[in-house]
Write a protein that binds this ligand. Structure first.
Ligand code: MG
Length: 367
């Protein structure tokens, strides 16, 4: 991403994707980037043929992604890769002193201490694009960090809110992919249905805002209008509100990096008289164990959050491919967390190795 002089327009210098080549072609024709990186090599070859009339250079694999993450002509990276695979390019971008708009929460879940320390060392800003963290970031602007009492993440509760274990045993992939308020990719939609998304977000918030896991609350808020809240020492609470639309978060991560100011947006105005009521409830930790499992994992620290995350990535993939049932996701991840021999103060190699080990274990089991 490059910034123009008028502080409002942005040039897309490079763009990256894995599978959705048709959408990528559309985006390349629209934004005309100099480079494009496609993780899957076969897809990269298909794309080369599709856009042979254009000047965009097509790269492939992790090398391609890393090349664009560190290119001297970029000054800002939006990392929206799916899963822990986003970790390596994030670290490379940080070392190359690029500010980062982070939509890839798994990066912070797996290696938050390392990523945040590196960002501090290289003077890099990490701006959250995740709606809850974008909301908290806005609530905390102008506030003193030591005056925070707690942060409160809101959760829609997903499509299965109110269901018990028996009901959950019967849910299908299609049921799980129907999110009540947000339109998102498959993996995160399943994570919302299991509530793992909120668990991952709890860990993400600990790292982004340097706050203890005990000082982060979770409340169910079905309407997804309040995107999250910050409570201060005097018990005053600030909330950020808006219609559920990721465009608002993405734009904020861009303009905030640019000049710290807000710009007009394409988002629809929230009419509270139309919404009428906002509801709040305690999460069901009996049937949806992941938020508290994540709190346990981040309190233990070490390689445990990365292992929980990797186990979840594989379990979700197995569920989408109909190899396991929905409730099996809970069992597999909980089991992986219980059995893991934690490594304290891990280096990046320890984190990657622990994650790969759990993946190998699952692949052998479900091949
Ligand atoms: Mg979120």
């Amino acid at each position: 991403m490059q910034q123009n002089n008028n502080n409002r327009d942005y040039n897309v210098f490079a763009i990256c994707a894995n599978n959705n080549i048709d959408l990528l072609e559309y985006q390349i024709r629209k934004f005309k980037p100099e480079f494009c990186a496609v993780y899957d090599k076969n897809n990269a070859n298909d794309l080369k043929i599709k856009i042979k009339d254009l000047n965009t250079t097509v790269l492939s694999g992790m090398d391609g992604i890393n090349f664009i993450s560190s290119h001297e002509k970029t000054d800002y990276i939006i990392n929206a890769l799916m899963g822990q695979i986003g970790l390596e390019p994030t670290l490379i971008a940080i070392k190359s002193k690029k500010n980062i708009g982070l939509a890839n929460k798994e990066t912070l879940v797996a290696a938050g201490d390392i990523v945040m320390n590196e960002a501090k060392k290289h003077g890099v800003n990490i701006l959250p694009i995740d709606s809850e963290h974008c909301a908290i970031y806005q609530c905390l602007r102008g506030e003193e960090i030591n005056e925070i009492d707690k942060l409160i993440l809101t959760a829609s509760g997903g499509p299965f809110y109110g269901k018990n274990k028996e009901n959950l045993k019967k849910v299908t992939v299609d049921d799980a992919l129907c999110h009540p308020t947000w339109k998102m990719g498959k993996k995160i939609t399943i994570d919302s249905a299991t509530m793992m998304n909120k668990g991952l977000e709890l860990i993400e918030a600990c790292h982004l805002f340097n706050i203890s896991p005990d000082d982060i609350g979770i409340i169910i808020h079905r309407e997804s209008i309040i995107h999250s809240l910050a409570q201060f020492k005097d018990k005053s609470i600030k909330a950020q509100m808006g219609l559920p639309d990721m465009k608002m978060c993405i734009q904020y991560a861009l303009t905030c990096n640019n000049n710290g100011k807000r710009e007009k947006s394409m988002c629809k105005e929230l009419d509270l008289t139309e919404i009428k009521n906002l509801s709040f409830a305690k999460p069901d930790n009996e049937n949806f164990i992941f938020p508290e499992l994540a709190r346990f994992a981040i309190k233990q620290g070490g390689t445990l959050p990365a292992v929980m995350n990797s186990a979840n990535e594989i379990a979700v993939d197995l569920f989408i491919r109909e190899k396991i049932s929905f409730t099996h996701i809970f069992d597999l991840v909980e089991n992986a967390v219980q059995k893991h021999k934690n490594i304290k103060n891990p280096g990046i190699t320890d984190i990657i190795e622990a994650s790969e080990e759990i993946k190998r274990h699952f692949i052998a089991k479900f091949a």
